[in-house]
Design a protein around this ligand. Structure first.
Ligand SMILES: Cc1ncc(COP(=O)(O)O)c(C=O)c1O
Length: 479
């Protein structure tokens, strides 16, 4: 059975779970039928739905604003929107993309502390009010272009915790420098309403959140003392997206819940939001790449960094260099920029077959374009395929077309039927300042735009949130 997640984007609804290798085999078989050797990706929208659900279960007080930069795929955005997620946008294009899905501007935070003036004007024009800042020049810019903005002061988190990608070298006002910044905001008559931080992407130590939340409380108190009407805490991103991460999401959630109860107890009526990126999408996407060329070299001809040595060696043990059609200038930019360690999978079982020391290279003419310097793999021929799991975060969204090479243009979306049904809107608390709205109702079998919930249905929703209820709007088409 198929449905559509957006107008032109079909989703295969699976009655039973299928393994990733089985799905990859199907895509490979289809590629063969079509005579197509382009890379492809498969996206499990059910994984995204399950991640969202788990977030709501484990962090019930924290409303997720998905970080669009992590993966701006329209289908993923739509599914998250339908689940009830809000969005963290970094630019005009991201805002435009989110708004194109009929998502209210109140569900967006413009979480880039250094905004291009024209993009800030665009935000103003489209009523994207919530935005972060961490420096004085930004305050003057906001005063000139969008004085009604709802400002969130981004503070520098502690730097002594392990993270995959540090962000504090570029963003965040040291808590000790918050006072002069708040004074400037006050002098300019601006509306500071919250504090945010980002502990760093791929946080490996939950304690980072505890310390950062405590520091945020101090800055909060300072702002309240100065007379600002503070109503929002934004605990940023940093949550793990895969099972093999150094820390689990539930370990982090536990620490956050305790810290929130201590520093921002529920009765303080502070809205708590977060900006998860990696968490929502990392594990949902698998990329298939075609082996476009291959060289067999003596094993010792490789130097320590994978480069070929000049002189032939005594070893006759082969090492195989595979060249595939996506690389570090494409989806695998995550190897360079996101410090990801990717793992190649083969449709051949390494249990049954002899394996060889191998390396995997991207398609461009640049020597840096190496995806894996060393991996044991069964022997493959040109034309066969490898696949890489956990390729959803900071991959396709940061890919270039260097050397005229496109990334995976072919996309296959699938979802377990039972997961898809769970996507049906969950009651979510509206973002800060959103007025209570009438919202589209939900039924299967026809487009539901323009129909509205009856008040009895609203009463039926068992929700811990009683200020307002919002539902995603969903089109359900059965073939
Ligand atoms: C401002 C901001 N928010 C959220 C995120 C998402 O972080 P993560 O993917 O670690 O959750 C990022 C990532 O760079 C970011 O810069």
């Amino acid at each position: 059975m198929k449905t559509f997640v957006t107008k032109n984007c079909p989703v295969d609804l699976l009655p039973f779970e299928k393994s990733t290798p089985a799905l990859i085999e199907e895509q490979v078989a289809q590629s063969l039928r079509e005579g197509c050797d382009e890379p492809f990706l498969i996206c499990n929208l059910g994984d995204v739905i399950q991640k969202y659900k788990r977030w709501v279960q484990l962090l019930p007080r924290v409303k997720p604003f998905y970080a669009v930069k992590c993966n701006d795929d329209l289908a993923v955005l739509k599914v998250l929107a339908d689940c009830g997620a809000n969005f963290d946008c970094a630019s005009k294009n991201e805002i435009q993309k989110v708004l194109s899905l009929d998502i209210n501007a109140d569900r967006i935070i413009y979480a880039n502390p250094c905004k291009q003036a024209s993009m800030l004007k665009y935000a103003a024009k489209h009523d994207v009010e919530m935005m972060t800042f961490d420096n004085e020049a930004e305050l003057h810019k906001v005063k000139a272009l969008y004085p009604q903005a709802k400002l969130v002061l981004r503070i520098l988190p502690p730097s002594n915790f392990k993270v995959q990608c540090e962000l504090g070298i570029k963003f965040g006002c040291h808590p000790s420098k918050a006072l002069p910044l708040l004074q400037t905001a006050q002098a300019l008559g601006l509306n500071v309403m919250g504090v945010s931080f980002h502990v760093g992407s791929g946080c490996a130590e939950a304690g980072a959140f505890d310390v950062a939340i405590q520091q945020a409380r101090q800055v909060f108190d300072l702002a309240v003392e100065m007379g600002f009407d503070m109503s929002l805490l934004d605990i940023g991103g940093g949550y793990p997206g895969t099972d093999n991460a150094p820390i689990t999401f539930s370990e982090i959630a536990e620490v956050i819940n305790v810290a929130l109860d201590k520093y921002f107890p529920e009765d303080s009526n502070i809205e708590v939001i977060a900006e998860p990126g990696r968490y929502m999408i990392a594990s949902a996407i698998t990329i298939g790449v075609n082996i476009i060329a291959k060289r067999i070299v003596a094993r010792d001809q490789h130097g320590e960094n994978g480069e070929l040595m000049d002189a032939p060696t005594m070893s006759d043990e082969p090492a195989i260099m595979y060249y595939v059609n996506d690389g570090v200038y494409g989806s695998f930019n995550c190897v360079l920029f996101d410090h990801q360690v990717v793992s190649a999978c083969s449709l051949k079982s390494s249990k049954d077959e002899m394996t060889y020391e191998s390396s995997i290279w991207g398609p461009t003419c640049d020597g840096i374009d190496c995806i894996m310097q060393t991996v044991q793999l069964p022997m493959h021929d040109v034309g066969e395929w490898f696949y890489f799991e956990d390729m959803g975060a900071y991959t396709v969204s940061a890919a270039s077309t260097f050397n005229g090479m496109d990334g995976p243009a072919r996309k296959y979306y699938y979802c377990l039927q039972s997961d898809w049904q769970q996507k049906l809107p969950q009651p979510v608390k509206a973002a800060v300042g959103i007025p209570i709205k009438k919202v589209p109702a939900m039924k299967t079998g026809h487009s539901l735009k323009d129909t509205y919930l009856s008040s009895s249905l609203i009463e039926d929703q068992s929700s811990s949130f009683n200020e307002s209820i919002m539902f995603g709007d969903l089109e359900w088409v059965q073939n």
